[in-house]
Design a protein around this ligand. Structure first.
Ligand code: CO
Length: 280
């Protein structure tokens, strides 16, 4: 007898994203569900769970089913749960932590495989997150462009001006490391996903500064084109956070952009980041 799938995945948009129905993340998950969710993440890139109620300890237990947890260099974790990073925007703050298109920490040698975000405190409106599919961004390039990019290495830095401005540390997210000390890593512009073996575009507007062996101003025109291309609406989906929403994203092939449209209100997400391999 064929075992019934333990949950259903309803696509959110044509490009990526699916809502997962039929899983309670507060309960222990069996092996079939865990491997099903892992496959769903590879298929849909962003998984959205609704109506969940989990403690930080349950958040941690869920994340550990999918990999090793890595700390974030720039923000202190929760008291008692240092692996959980509070992503906080306060009422009076105008800048938004991470408020532009990016993949997380691609300036590290081993950027994270993914993140699991839990909505903890939401504004009455706004504060959605946009996601973009980097497989589609790559697939839709011309053959000539793919060929050119195939041989290039990108230099990624934590010190790009537009980003450091968004990392202003507020009272509730204490700094761990001086954000003015830049971190840098070189990764292929076209990355092969280590689990799906599909090619994807692996530069992002927040962290990629140039192609290796080129001056910043020589790389700039092509990078500018790619940053615009890879975030076209047809490659994206939009997630509206609700109390009880949990999002699991594949940081290897997805970029995200938290929309900063809720000035005057506070928003708190809890984030756990999973260890990734070296991009190749
Ligand atoms: Co981010």
């Amino acid at each position: 007898m064929v075992k019934q799938k333990p949950f259903s995945a309803i696509p959110l948009a044509g490009a990526l994203g699916a809502e997962i129905h039929g899983v309670d993340l507060a309960k222990p998950l069996d092996r079939q569900t865990v491997s099903g969710l892992r496959q769903a993440l590879l298929d849909h890139l962003v998984l959205v769970f609704r109506g969940q109620s989990i403690t930080p300890a349950q958040h941690l237990a869920f994340a550990k089913l999918f990999g090793d947890i890595v700390p974030y260099p720039y923000v202190q974790g929760l008291e008692g749960h240092p692996e959980i990073i509070p992503v906080v925007k306060l009422e009076h703050e105008i800048v938004n932590f991470g408020g532009l298109w990016h993949a997380d920490t691609t300036y590290l040698e081993h950027p994270p495989m993914g993140s699991i975000l839990v909505a903890r405190e939401l504004p009455p409106y706004g504060g959605d997150t946009l996601f973009a599919n980097m497989y589609l961004a790559y697939d839709s390039l011309s053959t000539g462009m793919k060929k050119m990019l195939g041989g290039l290495i990108a230099v990624n830095s934590s010190a790009k001006k537009a980003v450091t401005a968004t990392r202003v540390v507020n009272k509730e997210s204490k700094a761990k490391e001086d954000p003015t000390t830049p971190r840098e890593a070189e990764h292929p512009v076209v990355r092969t996903h280590p689990e799906t073996y599909r090619k994807l575009l692996y530069v992002n507007g927040a962290h990629t500064v140039s192609f290796k062996g080129q001056r910043a101003e020589e790389s700039a025109p092509v990078l500018k084109y790619l940053f615009q291309h890879q975030t076209k609406p047809k490659f994206t989906c939009r997630v509206q956070w609700q109390p009880g929403t949990i999002v699991f994203l594949d940081n290897r092939c997805v970029q995200h952009n938290p929309v900063n449209d809720y000035h005057g209100f506070k928003r708190v997400l809890h984030r756990i980041t999973l260890a990734g391999d070296r991009p190749a």
